[in-house]
Design a protein around this ligand. Structure first.
Ligand code: GDG
Length: 528
């Protein structure tokens, strides 16, 4: 039976026994910010929020996250809560306020300068700063307090997201042993030799073993985690059951490959996408040439310089391809507070300029680099317009861009050039699989994207679309919830209304409208 939004709703109702669903993630799914004196809201770029928002819309509940927008506090009630999506609320967002120092040490420091490079192993040296570690511990405690407040008065399932919260599961279990706690680690888990250089490896592993269920994208990452635990802590690792027993607790460790909502592209494209496509072509002077597109946060794990170097190589090896296509790279600014990320943005811009200078002709230049956040409608439009999509991550837990591209191609055309080092490559084997470190192989991949016969494109795309259709985001969430649902006690929880933001005349795009149906669904799922 196919996994749909409706089936997930049913699973949430039947398997959670009325327990409240609390998602914890650093990133909020909606950010409120000031623009020209007015408040507007945006959806931040990033795989995690893209994946979980449809799940929360389907299940209802509370999402606990760092309130990072400059207008976030303005639209919340006194407990830091606001109903989201802002134009049609179906679940609650509980914002946690962090000081600048906390954010610096916990987010930019330990999470993104220690754990991110450590787990990705892409030759960016992790830093190990005790002050950042302290901030990380403190912020994990702050989040624990917020979650415990939200979980008061009844059974709850806490679904913790990612590497920002390795310590949180243990903190929650210590305070409320009855809580069911699951965590999904959205990035790779490295081999023990790599991970164990971290001075706080034991504490991190100990925190994660507070989970009842721990999920990674692939079996390989699960195996790496079990090996790391086995080498480090006094515990029993059961390789038949894929579980770790320690101090009376058992943590199951399982792969759950994340995915996308395959119906979303249709909504984002709407009826007049061809008109929008013509406008976009005119704006960037693309004429009617085929497009290769890349859509990424500007991050050193995504291999953006590598794909540009491959493009340069392609134009050297195949000068006849000049004026025959464009390469359009969306590079959403990310973590720009960190020097490595600022340097990378500069490197990408410089490379794009150099390649354009070297290869341009009177009426054509190969690269368009859009170093700004695009709306999801525009990102989907690019996928639909493209001759090929290039994903050249040096290492990536899954990579949702690859799956979004496939989901957008209802015409069954277009070629996916995909790095072998993504989780997505395990499923999308009909992509043109490449090693992003090998400039010739990458250049050949780009060339085949531009020259592949239509019937072969269709054959490959049809198979990839079938996979994304089946292994969709609702399946990911449904499998996870079914697994943890087995652990939830069968007592009904307290009602959980979706809070409406306080009236604020300054709010422009925030349309405060509680959709009756969604509100009722949220109440029903909360056990009322
Ligand atoms: C982590 C893991 C894993 C990008 N630019 C814009 C934009 N995006 C969206 C894409 C896609 C998402 O951001 C990126 O997802 P990825 O999966 O590629 O990568 P990470 O952000 O690194 O995510 C990754 C994921 O978590 C989920 O588990 O797959 O391996 O690293 O959805 O479309 N979206 C918009 N404007 C942009 O400019 N709207």
């Amino acid at each position: 039976m196919a996994w749909t939004k409706e089936r997930l709703e049913e699973v949430a109702q039947t398997r959670l026994g009325g327990a409240k669903l609390i998602v914890v993630a650093n990133r909020e799914p909606y950010i409120h910010r000031y623009r020209d004196g007015e408040i507007e809201w945006i959806r931040p770029a990033g795989g995690l929020t893209t994946a979980l928002d449809p799940v929360m819309r389907a299940c209802g509940g509370v999402w606990v996250a760092h309130g990072s927008g400059d207008a976030d506090a303005e639209v919340c009630d006194k407990n830091g809560r606001v109903g989201v999506p802002p134009d049609d609320p179906s679940y609650a967002l509980r914002r946690v306020w962090l000081s600048k120092n906390d954010e610096e040490g916990y987010y930019y420091g330990f999470s993104n300068s220690t754990l991110w490079p450590l787990c990705h192993q892409v030759y960016c040296r992790p830093t190990f700063d005790p002050a950042n570690w302290e901030a990380y511990r403190k912020v994990n405690e702050t989040f624990a307090a917020a979650v415990l407040e939200e979980a008061q008065g009844g059974p709850a399932l806490v679904f913790v997201q990612d590497y920002h919260f390795a310590l949180l599961p243990k903190l929650l279990k210590a305070a409320r042993p009855d809580l069911v706690v699951a965590q999904f680690w959205h990035i790779p888990w490295p081999n023990p030799e790599t991970f164990l250089v971290c001075p706080w490896a034991k504490e991190l592993l100990d925190g994660m073993l507070g989970n009842d269920l721990l999920g990674f994208h692939t079996q390989y990452h699960c195996n790496n985690f079990l090996d790391t635990v086995d080498r480090t802590l006094e515990c029993r690792v059961d390789r038949e059951k894929f579980a770790v027993a320690r101090g009376g607790l058992e943590t199951s460790v399982r792969p759950f490959p994340i995915s996308v909502d395959p119906d979303l592209p249709k909504q984002y494209l709407g009826d007049n996408w061809e008109k929008r496509a013509r406008a976009l072509r005119k704006k960037h002077r693309l004429a009617d040439r085929p497009l290769l597109v890349g859509v990424d946060r500007v991050d050193y794990t995504k291999g953006i310089p590598e794909r540009l170097r491959a493009l340069d190589r392609l134009l050297v090896q195949h000068p006849e391809m000049k004026e025959k296509f464009h390469f359009l790279q969306v590079g959403a600014p990310s973590r720009t507070h960190l020097e490595t990320y600022r340097d990378l943005t500069e490197e990408v811009q410089t490379l794009a300029d150099q390649i354009n200078w070297t290869h341009k002709t009177d009426h054509w230049q190969p690269v368009v680099f859009l170093n700004e956040h695009q709306g999801p409608e525009d990102v989907t439009l690019l996928y639909r317009m493209a001759a090929g999509c290039v994903v050249s991550s040096l290492h990536d837990g899954m990579n949702l861009v690859a799956k979004e591209f496939v989901a957008a191609r209802d015409d069954e055309r277009g070629v996916l050039v995909l790095s072998k080092f993504t989780g997505a490559a395990k499923e999308l084997t009909d992509a043109v699989l490449v090693n992003p470190f090998d400039v010739d192989e990458m250049a050949a991949g780009l060339y085949s994207a531009l020259t592949m016969a239509a019937d072969e494109q269709e054959r490959r795309m049809r198979r990839m679309r079938a996979k994304v259709q089946d292994n969709n985001i609702y399946r990911w969430a449904g499998m996870l919830l079914s697994e943890v649902g087995k652990l939830v006690p069968e007592t009904a929880a307290k009602p959980m209304p979706v809070p409406a933001p306080p009236a604020n005349p300054a709010i422009d795009q925030v349309e405060v409208r509680i959709a009756r149906e969604n509100f009722i669904t949220a109440m029903r799922l909360a056990g009322c």
